[in-house]
Design a protein around this ligand. Structure first.
Ligand code: AMP
Length: 139
């Protein structure tokens, strides 16, 4: 497995060198909207620690990330009146990972609505900001 690379896009977001639609932050984690959402309200939770994925993260980092995932999943249900959430986390290229700073996807889901494909289309920034605001209001 390759070493952690400080030049990845989420490391730049953490350093404030790249913008994001921020949802939540604490001492150990940051959550922001996914710019190519698979459904309305799709966001990511990342650790502040420089880890590539779950394979090199220590248990404390994993626990901190998933504590935020659980907290924000409940917030997402309330914010979007969703029926459920899908949580995804990819590890290494073979596991579908594209950005090599650990991240967990949280995707609000509705009964009877299928998950959209990962199209690679960037969402409208105003829509992302509106969804980030909805999540923040429900915190
Ligand atoms: P994966 O590594 O397969 O989990 O995919 C990376 C995810 O990060 C994809 O869902 C992208 O839409 C998302 N993404 C990539 N760049 C950014 C960015 N600058 N801000 C927010 N989300 C991003």
């Amino acid at each position: 497995m390759s070493a952690y690379d400080d030049d990845n896009i989420f490391a730049k977001i953490l350093r404030g060198e790249m913008p994001c639609h921020r949802v939540y932050e604490d001492d150990h984690t940051l959550a922001f909207m996914d710019i190519m959402p698979r459904a309305d309200g799709h966001f990511l939770v990342i650790p502040k620690a420089p880890v590539r994925n779950i394979l090199d993260a220590d248990d404390t980092v994993v626990a901190n990330v998933y504590a935020t995932v659980a907290k924000l999943s409940r917030v997402a249900l309330k914010a979007f009146s969703a029926d459920g959430v899908t949580i995804q986390q990819f590890n290494e290229p073979a596991g579908g990972q594209v950005v090599f700073h650990m991240h967990v996807h949280v995707i609000p889901r509705f009964d009877g609505v299928r998950l959209g494909p990962h199209t690679g289309d960037m969402a409208d920034s105003a829509v992302l900001e509106r969804n980030a605001e909805k999540l923040k209001s429900a915190l």
